[in-house]
Design a protein around this ligand. Sequence first.
Ligand SMILES: Nc1ncnc2c1ncn2[C@@H]1O[C@H](COP(=O)(O)OP(=O)(O)OP(=O)(O)O)[C@@H](O)[C@H]1O
Ligand SMILES: [Mg+2]
Length: 340
Amino acid sequence: MANATANEPILRVERLDKHFPIAGSNLTVQAATDVSFTIGRGETLGLVGESGSGKTTVGRCLLRLTDPTAGRIVFAGQDITTLSGHALRRLRPRIQMVFQDPHDSLNPRHRIADIVAEPLRLAGMHDARERAARVGELLEMVQLRGFGDRFPHQLTGGQAQRVAIARAIATKPDLIVLDEPTSALDIAVRADIINLLMRLQREFGASYLFISHDLTAVRHIADRVAIMYLGQLMEIAPAHALFRNQLHPYGKALLSSVLYPDPTATPARFVLEGEIPSPIHVPPACPLHTRCPLARPECATIPIWLEELAPGHATACTRAIAESWTTVPDVEPVAAMVGD
Ligand SMILES: Nc1ncnc2c1ncn2[C@@H]1O[C@H](COP(=O)(O)OP(=O)(O)OP(=O)(O)O)[C@@H](O)[C@H]1O
Ligand SMILES: [Mg+2]
């Protein structure tokens, strides 16, 4: 791309909104609101957050599988927010996606070799022998040599996900959105898939958006991590910094479950109050204020923004920014609060 430089992020998402209208009303599901982040070349950004926080919606917007309501998506220096038709088809080989359930994402009537060849054909590789040679290489890379004649139902979950990965890397994309690529798999093969993804990234230099609930996997694979809550970004930081220290109460609550799996070992464990609100009625200002044990009145009125409080480490917590927290204070243990 003429206007892309080596230092420019491969992806720049600017103030992305995706709000789904609800038929028969003027309400919307606010799946993603004011989401901004970048992904560098060869970098892995982990995207985490509770179920329904908008992770898949953001991933689908990047691939233009769904149209953003507002905001901009700039890929390799080109604004792709409203591309359509031929221009969008030309983009397809450069951004790929791997889904959670590999068997759902592979056509059951097609042989593995044809599934992996499909994106090559769409990208204009019309010579059947050239395609077959490339498919052989790709299957070799994902350690499935000799599997080309099989059908998806003859594969284990882990093997099927390797096919999906081979298909995703076939056109040497610059960016791959990996939406929970291991969560449908047996625990025993999850690490194999993560290691395969990391090895392929070293070989090809593709960037990854790695969406996952598995924070252990995120910690292993991601260079930086972004945390979403009710469609909005709460915190974004280098992975090593985030797992050591959170600058947002939501980040602290989310990570406390992995960092301190034994609740008895952390008397002042940080727990959010109540249930997650509906994405149709997102609380104004900070969406977490209805559940946050550290919320102050201003958290319900001041609109949030992301501010960098440590190198590369930004938080959207109004209090953290006002008080320049370097770490989220622990709440008092419940026992102490009732005067134990
Ligand atoms: N096509 C759609 N129409 C209406 N609402 C939608 C649509 N797709 C997603 N949503 C809603 O948008 C919100 C965000 O959904 P999304 O699937 O992006 O969350 P997620 O973070 O990927 O969750 P999970 O971890 O369960 O995969 C949810 O409330 C969901 O119900
Ligand atoms: Mg999802």
